[in-house]
Structure formats: structure tokens, C-alpha cells
Design a protein around this ligand. Structure first.
Ligand SMILES: [Zn+2]
Length: 337
């Protein structure tokens, strides 16, 4: 395996010792869109020992422009992102333990997902879960790397618990979601997330090989269209709740919502009552009224202009609507309340 990594072992910042440390490390990537795919492919190729990839979504054609490890076959095979990522990356590096998990990360499960890992990487498209990662990482003393990209812009920041300012020091409260542009409203060009994801992966490698002095302590902000790079110093906020051990997001103060997915014309419905679904039984029932296809990972159902994707844990994504009550209604009607 030395040969596989020979070029990065030659790099003095890593060397043989660094390579060994990478091999003994484990990371969690939360969100596997443009940022997540770049981070995942970089770290799997670099030989990080264990890579866990968590994502709640499936792949659509408009993802392929920037989500670099997916292809048209994944869409035809109806694969969730986490499963497609695991399959592709296992072919890239079979010595890495890769685990794809299809799930919505929220306050009830995040601690289970990040326990016993060395580092968490943010490949998300929403602020709520970032605040949650921040709380969980501070509580458990696990470093994490924030990243976000939209349009031609991107930002990243490394958070080392109790050493650097945290994400809530930088971003005090949840932004008003009505005014936050998303990839689906403002668009995005590939190079913005490619650069931010690459910077996040670089931070990850530095943290894992313990190149402490090299870790970036500033917020990096870029505009690839302008060719502009900024490094901005963030100060710790004296009244930051997370830095004072108040983990409001992790404690579920804001609950788990039926969330409209980041500007997508879709709503996610969580139904803890359902539990494990039998796709076979559900398909038999739904086939009477609409078009159904399914595999072991997800069930796709179409009726009139409505479309929904259902996962084995009972979670559903209702497409072509942003109306949460309509989505809940459709869920109750076809899957069960
Ligand atoms: Zn803070």
C-alpha cells in the first residue's frame, strides 16, 4: 500500500508517519452533495482509515453538474446518495472502511453517528444541522470543518473545540430562512464547492496528521468568478451559548421539523411512528393507485402530478411542493399517519 500513497508520503507535511495516522483515523461526512463528494473522494484516495458518509437524499440529474462521484446509472438504479457514494468509493480504494448511511441527521441521532470519530466534515446545505454539528462536536471535543458554497461564492472555517471560535461565535443565530439564497434559487457553479470541499479536505488531513500549526484559524471566503480569496479573523463571542456548554440545538430546543429541503421544490416528512416499512407490502398497496418502483434502498411512487420517495425507516421526500401541510396530507393518505 506504500506505493499507492507514495506521492503524498513524499510531501514533507505528511511523510510516512502522517500516512500511518491517516490510516488509523476515522471521519464522518455529513451531507453528500457537491462538497461532500469532493471531501469523500479526496479522503478515501488519501487513505483515511474509516469514512462514514451520511446523507438523506437521492440523486437527480441536476446534481450531476457538480456532485462528482455520481453518474447517470446511479439515477437509473434509484440509489440514495450515501449508497452510491459507498459503492463508487469502495472501487476507488478497497482498503478504506467506507460506510454509507441513508438518514436525516437530527438531535436524536447525531451523537450516535459521530461517537468515536476523529473529525466531522460538513457537506450540508442547511444551517440548522450545522448548529447541531457545532453543539455535538463541542460537547464531545471532536473537531469539525464547516463549508458552504452557493453561486460563485464559498466559505469554510475549522472549529477545534475549546481552542478556536466556534460556528455560533461566527454565526450567532439561525438566519431567516426566507432571505437565505440556496443553490436552487441562486444557482451554483461547480468550481465554488470544488475549491471549498478541497480546502475542507486539506484541513481534515492537517488535523488527522496533527499538523497543528498549519490548521487554518480564519474564515476563508472565496468568489471564484472574481478570482477573489479572503481570510477573515473571527473572534470568540463572549456570550456564545455553545462555547459555554449550552447546547440548544443538541438538546432539541428547536425540535425536529417536517423540513422543506433547502430551497428544493420538495418537503421531507419524518414519521417516527411508522418504523421499518415493508416495501413489498407498501408497493402492493400503492400499485393499485399509481406507478411504483422500488429497490432495497428506496421506493418511488407517482400519482397524478405528485411524486414521492420513501425510505425504509418511514421517512419520505414529497416532490413538487413546498407546502408542508400538503406533504403531510399526502404522506398520511398514502403511507399512513
Ligand atoms: Zn462559540
Amino acid at each position: 500500500m506504500v506505493d499507492r500513497y507514495s506521492r503524498q508520503i513524499l510531501f514533507p507535511g505528511i511523510g510516512k508517519k502522517g500516512q500511518e495516522k491517516l490510516g488509523n483515523s476515522s471521519v464522518v461526512i455529513i451531507g453528500c452533495g457537491a462538497l461532500g463528494t469532493i471531501i469523500a473522494t479526496t479522503l478515501v484516495r488519501a487513505g483515511v482509515g474509516k469514512v462514514r458518509i451520511i446523507d438523506r437524499d437521492f440523486i437527480e440529474y441536476h446534481n450531476l453538474q457538480r456532485q462528482v462521484i455520481f453518474d447517470e446509472d446511479d439515477i437509473k438504479d434509484q440509489l440514495p446518495k450515501a449508497i452510491a457514494a459507498e459503492r463508487h468509493l469502495k472501487r476507488v480504494n478497497s482498503s478504506v472502511k467506507i460506510e454509507g448511511i441513508v438518514a436525516d441527521v437530527n438531535y436524536t441521532n447525531i451523537e450516535k453517528f459521530i461517537r468515536n470519530t476523529d473529525l466531522v466534515l460538513d457537506g450540508l446545505d442547511n444551517f440548522e444541522t450545522r448548529f447541531l454539528i457545532n453543539d455535538a462536536s463541542l460537547k464531545h471535543g471532536i473537531p469539525w470543518v464547516y463549508g458552504g458554497a452557493i453561486s460563485s461564492l464559498g466559505m469554510t472555517m475549522t472549529i477545534i473545540p475549546h481552542e478556536t471560535p466556534c460556528f455560533r461565535c461566527f454565526c450567532a443565530a439561525m438566519p431567516n430562512l426566507q432571505v437565505v439564497p440556496t443553490c436552487d434559487t441562486a444557482g451554483v457553479i461547480g468550481p465554488a464547492p470544488f475549491i471549498i470541499g478541497s480546502l475542507q479536505a486539506t484541513e481534515a488531513i492537517k488535523i488527522l496528521v496533527e499538523a497543528k500549526k498549519q490548521i487554518n484559524r480564519n474564515l476563508i471566503s472565496i468568489d471564484v468568478w472574481k478570482g477573489a480569496f479572503y481570510s477573515i479573523e473571527i473572534s470568540p463571542r463572549p456570550d456564545c451559548p455553545a462555547c459555554h456548554g449550552e447546547y440548544e440545538f443538541l438538546e432539541g430546543k428547536f425540535g425536529v421539523k417536517t423540513t422543506s429541503l433547502c430551497g428544493q421544490n420538495a418537503v421531507q416528512v419524518l414519521s417516527p411512528k411508522v418504523g421499518e416499512l415493508s416495501f413489498k407490502e407498501l408497493a402492493a398497496r400503492l400499485e393499485a393507485v399509481g406507478k411504483v418502483t422500488y429497490n432495497e434502498f428506496m421506493l418511488h411512487f407517482e400519482i397524478d402530478s405528485q411524486e414521492m420517495v420513501i425510505f425504509p425507516d418511514g421517512r419520505a421526500i414529497i416532490k413538487n411542493t413546498t407546502d408542508e401541510s400538503l406533504a403531510r396530507g399526502l404522506y398520511a393518505k398514502y403511507i399512513g399517519a
